[in-house]
Design a binder for this molecule. Structure first.
Ligand code: BLP
Length: 387
């Protein structure tokens, strides 16, 4: 079955939907049992999609979890109240004091903060590595290295990683491989075929697709599913069935939305590439994006999120560019139907294992579902203000 068909049909098993199209919202903490035998059955099957207690979820959750797990090619999916909670839940499910974590240097900034401000205090040491490190990764591996964390493309600077090579190196040493797969969404990559053990999604973005729910998912392969599921449960991580309903609903249009985002983004990116003010595009489909060759090999399509670098500019000129736009709004997120713009500063101060030339300003765009000509006109006016 093709992924476009999967997103329509997955997660609609009659035992959870009772025959209606969208799995109904079932809100519950307490679930009651008529006999001790029924209760024993629920306890035995509390992690197998049977009603047990609110923290394990109910039919609304089970339907969505099964859809994401199958779409990503994993065995099971755990749900979290945000993408960052999914990252935290996955890492804490496999790391303990004294362990060493390899974290990509282009990682989403709050994930870096988690490592430096929280995990370090738990006695978990983090080493940041160049997203394009390749085989040299072996030089960073220690006897206590337990997890390799990837994010591809990387936040803001968009480097695409050679996931199969890095996964192979990790597995030669029994290191768990986790991928923040939000940019691809479950529809544009097959993380487990690339060698990943745990695929993480900020469902907040394209899966929900309407900028109105915070949610994360982590999907594991057979070898790691029980540990992820049980340790995430011990962390008390759970989600509202109302939010899960909205995420399920977003999932159904993920395919056509991603196709439209990609088409408009490529048109905008090509228009930007021709502008004399632009130094280069950091859009995975462009050769000027580091790791472009891995995008062509490992992804089936792109989406609406990419960055570009200007040849020159200071905070004042970038402010003139990003403010007073008609359609692009400034906001922290992406993946909804609206277009967003972010002038990003201080990347050089963040990175610890790669250099970044901050003399050339970077702007990140999320291309929404507006008419692409309106978006290009908006950017054209921005360049007029920028000079
Ligand atoms: C790849 C990836 N992975 C996880 C999360 C967290 O999801 P959540 O927001 O549901 O917790 C996200 C959330 N994304 N949010 C954003 O990109 C918003 N932008 C920022 O946070 C931001 C702002 C200024 C400078 C740098 C960044 N940054 O993304 O690193 C993500 O992009």
């Amino acid at each position: 079955m093709k992924k476009e068909t999967q997103i329509v049909s997955l997660g609609r098993q009659k035992k959870w939907t009772q025959g209606v199209i969208n799995p109904p919202v079932v809100r519950a903490s307490t679930m009651t049992f008529d006999t001790m035998e029924d209760m024993a059955f629920a306890i035995k099957n509390r992690a197998n999609g049977e009603m047990f207690y609110g923290r394990r979820g109910g039919p609304t959750h089970f339907a969505f979890q099964s859809a994401i797990a199958e779409l990503e090619g994993g065995v099971g999916t755990a749900l979290y109240p945000s993408g960052s909670a999914a990252i935290t839940g996955a890492l804490l499910s496999f790391l303990k004091a004294g362990d060493h974590l390899l974290m990509v240097d282009s990682v989403y900034e709050p994930t870096r903060d988690l490592c430096n401000k929280l995990l370090a205090g738990y006695g978990i040491e983090t080493t940041y590595y160049d997203p394009l490190i390749g085989k040299d990764l072996t030089s960073l591996i220690k006897p206590n290295t337990k997890v390799l964390f990837l994010e591809s493309p990387g936040s803001i600077t968009m480097e695409i990683q050679d996931v199969p090579t890095l996964s192979r190196i990790a597995h030669e040493r029994d290191i768990v491989v986790m991928l923040d797969n939000t940019w691809a969404s479950p529809i544009n990559s097959r993380p487990f075929e690339l060698g990943v053990d745990i695929s993480i999604q900020a469902a907040t973005k394209y899966i929900v697709g309407h900028s109105d729910v915070m949610m994360g998912t982590a999907t594991a392969n057979e070898q790691h599913w029980q540990q992820l599921r049980e340790n995430s449960y011990l962390l008390g991580q759970c989600t509202s069935p109302d939010d899960v309903y909205l995420a399920s609903r977003g999932l159904r249009t993920l395919g056509i939305r991603m196709a439209q985002h990609e088409q408009s983004a490529l048109k905008v990116a090509n228009w930007l590439a021709a502008r004399p003010e632009v130094d280069h595009l950091r859009h995975p489909a462009f050769e000027t994006c580091p790791g472009h060759e891995f995008f062509k090999r490992d992804f089936s399509a792109a989406n609406g999120l990419f960055s570009f670098v200007l040849k020159e500019g200071d905070r004042a000129s970038i402010t003139a560019f990003v403010e007073n736009m008609q359609h692009f709004k400034m906001g922290f997120s992406w993946g909804g139907f609206e277009s967003l713009i972010l002038g990003v500063f201080g990347i050089d101060k963040l990175r610890t294992s790669t250099q970044w030339d901050s003399s050339k300003p970077l702007i990140r765009l999320h291309i929404g579902l507006e008419n692409v000509d309106d978006l290009i006109n908006d950017l054209d006016a921005a360049f007029a203000r920028y000079h």
